[in-house]
Design a protein around this ligand. Structure first.
Ligand SMILES: Cc1cc2nc3c(=O)[nH]c(=O)nc-3n(C[C@H](O)[C@H](O)[C@H](O)COP(=O)(O)OP(=O)(O)OC[C@H]3O[C@@H](n4cnc5c(N)ncnc54)[C@H](O)[C@@H]3O)c2cc1C
Length: 404
């Protein structure tokens, strides 16, 4: 009988397990995770979880995983090698044989070199990180966030909600260029409107203190006093354990359209996977919740049920919540042109479209939750630019009674 092993016990790994059971797979399933915790959800960690003493956002109880989904849980043990010739995963002292394997080891937060000895300096990737950041906020920390990306911005928002002083330092002249391209500026205006001190175009020269962090030095000569420093400098795919396995590792595990890695029975999913997205005709590695969930389910089924592999395509999508605003993006951010088509950035409610060549390739919505999926569907249908502008113009027209 086929044995399915899933390495990485988070969103993509859990969805792999759930996906195969839903597809009728009855064989043995082993879920290996480096963290002691049951699989939990990460987006709340930089949002509601920071606001007060809420419980860990665990997806499913242990009994459900073991008894209802029939999963052998191997938690708190890191896989350290993959032997594709023997079809074995090495994790701690264990040798775990597989017929089908899903690699779902996600990504690891980038740290700031030279700060590991300082208490009060954190990244925010895991539940343990979030507990430490929340405790510091509970203690009224003066906070410096390094990097004005989405997670750093959410931490700043959580600090401001509590009325704490927070400075966000960003080396680039405009935040979020890589994530949402030219529209980073109107989003970062939310920081200033909510009392966060945003400093762009300035590098951090040092994080100082004895045992604890005390201050952050900037290239313009400024010094910022700090009790809490959160480093939001992005994440790198967790592929170290796969060195020497024969997999192609290039900013992630390289996969084809079906998430197959090229090694027999081995698929990858989630933040660790760089796969060929047929919809855009290019390889992508996403760090978004919805694609990690979908890829997990697809890779699980492909690995466990021979012949079931299908191309996985998607219009990338993510959201972020800062202050009282919801920011959503779909598509790809590199564009020849962006145009605000609905609402007004000055009012903090708008939709901007992104054009590449003659095609609509991206959409950003700020506090326009009813719009984003409509434009995402246009991107999926490969709508051309003039078609997208026409559609937006119709969305601007007043709606006559009884018609929608
Ligand atoms: C704080 C935070 C907030 C976020 N907010 C949003 C949001 O608002 N919207 C959005 O779209 N996305 C958001 N994301 C991104 C989203 O959570 C990720 O895309 C998703 O968690 C990826 O799931 P994954 O299973 O691929 O990887 P991960 O969640 O990174 O999980 C990988 C798991 O594998 C384990 N692992 C790693 N190496 C090994 C090994 N060698 N052996 C065994 N186990 C291993 C890790 O410990 C980890 O538990 C957020 C992420 C974070 C961290």
């Amino acid at each position: 009988m086929t044995r399915l092993v899933v390495v990485g016990a988070s969103l993509a790994g859990l969805r792999a397990v759930e996906g195969v059971r839903k597809a009728g797979f009855t064989g043995p399933v082993t879920l290996v995770g480096a963290e002691e915790h049951l699989p939990y959800d990460r987006p709340p960690l930089s949002k509601a979880f920071l606001d007060g003493p809420v419980a860990a956002p665990v997806f499913r109880e242990e009994q459900v995983l073991r008894d209802e989904l029939g999963v052998e849980l191997v938690l708190g043990i890191r896989a350290h090698a993959l032997d594709p010739a023997e079809r074995v995963v090495h994790a701690g002292e264990k040798e775990i044989p597989y017929d089908g394997l899903v690699i779902a080891t996600g990504a690891t937060a980038r740290t700031l070199p030279g700060t590991s000895h300082l208490a009060g300096v954190h990244t925010l990737r895991t539940l343990d990180d979030a507990l430490a950041v929340r405790a510091a906020l509970d203690a009224g920390a003066r906070t410096v966030v390094i990097g004005a990306g989405f997670i750093g911005s959410e931490v700043a928002s959580a600090a401001r909600k509590r009325g704490l002083p927070v400075t966000v330092v960003e080396a680039a002249p405009t935040p979020l260029m890589r994530a949402i391209g030219a529209m980073g500026e109107p989003c970062s205006a939310l920081h200033r409107a909510n009392g966060t001190d945003l400093r762009c175009g300035v590098a951090v020269t040092g994080v100082e203190g004895h045992d604890r962090v005390e201050r952050v030095g900037l290239a313009d000569g400024t010094t910022l006093d700090a009790d809490l420093v959160v480093v939001g400098a992005g994440a790198v795919p967790a592929t170290d354990w796969l060195a020497g396995s024969g997999l192609t590792l290039e900013d992630g595990v390289v996969c084809d359209e079906t998430l197959a890695t090229g090694l027999p029975g081995v698929y990858a999913a989630g933040d660790v996977a760089r796969w060929a997205n047929p919809l855009f005709g290019r390889a992508m590695r996403l760090e978004h919740w919805s694609s990690a969930a979908e890829q997990g389910a697809a890779a699980g089924v492909a690995a466990a049920l021979p012949g079931a592999a299908k191309p996985y395509e998607t219009v990338p999508y993510f959201w972020s919540d800062w202050y009282d605003s919801r920011i959503q993006f779909a598509g790809v951010p590199d564009a020849d042109e962006t145009q605000v088509v609905l609402g007004d950035p000055d009012e903090g409610r708008f939709v901007a479209l992104y054009r590449s060549g003659d095609r609509l390739t991206g959409v950003l919505a700020v506090n326009k939750q009813r719009e984003i999926m409509k434009f995402r569907a246009l991107i999926a249908r490969r709508t051309d630019w003039s078609g997208a502008l026409d559609f937006a113009a119709r969305r601007r027209e007043p709606v006559s009674e009884g018609v929608r």
